[in-house]
Design a protein around this ligand. Structure first.
Ligand code: NAD
Length: 512
């Protein structure tokens, strides 16, 4: 299908959107950090970055805000997040448009990103009345033992370019109802959506009335600002989303000062297609998971492990899907695949495809399109790479739309391939057989944090805990009981017996 192009002045539209969010022109016209739209590769803004003095001040303000916020009743804290959700609902279309312009997501994915922010706000509002501890049976007469969950402190949130605002919301909505203050260091590739989101936070704060100043803060800039959060003993928890290299750099430094961390790192996600798989559904699921967001999701499907009995049939259908996918301007409703984020991403994709060829793989797609029209933007046709086996390049995360395909005979072999990579984020099995589905989800099945049946590995709902094992970092965010990471637990034992029985029957009789 033809690659598609729209013509519009992106820089002018960006400026108009930012002004609608209440930002002054000088905030985005004259700073030292240049922002480009991956749609055309053109410069759309120049934003100010924070210096080390501003980082110190911001953390100090956040610490002061925390001291106030921790004593506000949790349901009242939930009201703040409810108002933030309202602001996000009201600004959904504009913020989604900025996501499209700055991160290159197609329109529905930009809207989906903001919807995810709204969903987590709704979740957090309910949660603000359910931050509960257990009451536990004690071994002592007339005693009671219980757990209390208290606010933790200042939470640092470091985010990646590919979910430039949703990941912040997953963290911030929970941290705020849990009684923490937040300092956000967004990706240097997507500062504008962060500035717009911060403007919505400020609107919510104004409507709330007495939120302490410095409750939710933004630090725009490069990795040095992230490093400052990592190093600062006043930051109790750092939730960092990005590459495994980033996680490997910060994890020991956080451990050194016994800080809490939530690490949401790379993924190299597989799907197993069994002989009994419903192929229509399977092809549609694979197409979205492998090509959606131009292969730039942490949960993007990168490895397809197909039973030899259905290999030819499935591959024929996939080749058709890959040939017909529309690549182009993400603002055009007909485009399903937008641009890569930048030249580095394209270079990494080309290098991976070279390795595929050297390893004896056969590639469909993977070529650059629209290069003449937009020499500084990087649109690629998603690549389908049939591999002789799980070679080195397959076992690595390349953040681009490449789907490596391999054959299997037994489910044991498929599970071994699924698990034989460094990452452990998301996985899926397509099957009509209960025994295969259960085996894949069992203790000796997929070793990932997300294990799906007849659904692709990407596009998680916020109600579940999100995250993965091994080189994915082990962190969990969003739903289920993830809120506990943003609080500290106290175990309380209360003695109302009038005597002093010691645990484990210990005697310590003083002569008094
Ligand atoms: P990146 O690691 O280059 O940058 C992510 C963030 O970390 C940025 O804000 C960056 O400034 C900061 N950073 C980088 N090095 C740092 C350091 N040493 N100290 C402190 N901060 C540092 O990642 P990216 O290219 O923006 O995002 C793509 C990667 O993120 C992929 O690997 C993808 O799989 C992963 N990702 C994971 C999840 C998840 O939930 N598991 C979600 C989205 C993206």
């Amino acid at each position: 299908m033809e690659a598609r192009v729209l013509h519009a002045d992106i820089a002018a539209e960006t400026a108009a959107l930012l002004r609608n969010f209440g930002l002054e022109s000088q905030t985005f016209e004259s700073g030292s950090l240049t922002t480009r739209s991956p749609i055309t590769g053109e410069t759309i803004a120049r934003v100010e970055t924070a210096n080390s003095g501003m980082v110190q001040q911001t953390i100090a303000r956040a610490e002061d805000a925390f001291r106030v916020w921790r004593n506000i009743p949790a349901p009242r804290r939930g009201e703040f997040v409810r108002l933030l959700g309202e602001e996000l609902r009201a600004a959904k279309a504009e913020l989604a448009r900025l996501v499209t312009i700055e991160a290159g997501k197609i329109t529905t994915e930009g809207l989906g990103e903001v919807q995810e922010m709204i969903d987590i706000c709704d979740f957090a509002v309910g949660l603000s009345r359910q931050l509960h501890g257990l009451t536990i049976a004690t071994e002592r007469h007339c005693h009671r033992m219980m757990e209390t969950w208290h606010p933790l402190g200042v939470t640092g949130v470091i985010t990646s370019f590919n979910f430039p605002v949703a990941v912040w919301a997953w963290n911030a909505a929970l941290a705020l109802v849990c009684g923490d203050a937040v300092v956000w260091k967004p990706s240097e590739k997507t500062p504008l959506v962060a500035l717009a989101t911060q403007a919505l936070v400020e609107r919510a704060a104004a409507r709330f009335g007495d939120a302490p100043e410095g409750l939710s803060n933004l630090l725009v800039g490069g990795r040095d600002l992230g490093e400052a959060l990592v190093e600062d003993a006043r930051v109790q928890l750092v939730s960092a989303t990005g590459s495994t290299a980033m996680g490997r750099a910060i994890a020991p430094r956080l451990a050194q000062r016994f800080a809490r961390s939530i690490l949401e790192l790379g993924g190299n996600n597989a799907a197993v297609v069994c002989a009994s798989a419903p192929l229509d559904l399977t092809v549609r699921a694979i197409a979205f998971a492998a090509m959606g967001t131009a292969g730039q999701r942490c949960t993007t499907l990168r490895r397809l492990i197909v039973h030899e009995d259905v290999y030819d049939d499935l591959l024929a259908r996939l080749r058709q899907a890959y040939a017909s996918i529309s690549v182009g301007d993400p603002r055009d409703g007909a485009s399903l695949v937008g641009p890569l984020i930048d030249r580095d991403a394209y270079t990494a994709m080309c290098a991976a495809l070279d390795e595929v060829r050297k390893a004896g793989g056969v590639i469909l797609g993977g070529d650059r399109v629209l290069a003449e029209k937009y020499p500084d933007a990087f649109y690629v046709r998603p690549a389908l790479a049939e591999m002789p086996n799980q070679t080195e390049v397959v076992r690595r995360e390349t953040f681009a739309p490449i789907l490596y395909v391999m054959k299997f005979r037994s489910l044991d072999e498929a599970i071994r391939l699924n698990n034989d990579v460094a990452h452990g984020l998301a996985s899926a099995i397509f099957t009509a057989r209960l025994d295969e589905a259960e085996r894949f989800m069992a203790a000796d099945g997929s070793d990932c944090g997300i294990v799906n049946v007849n659904i692709g590995p990407s596009g998680a709902e916020i109600g579940g805990a999100f995250g993965g094992e091994k080189d994915t970092g082990g962190g969990r965010e969003a739903g289920s009981d993830c809120w506990k990471a943003y609080m500290r637990r106290a175990t309380n034992t209360i003695n109302y017996s009038g005597e002093l029985p010691l645990a484990q029957g210990v005697k310590f009789d003083l002569e008094t």
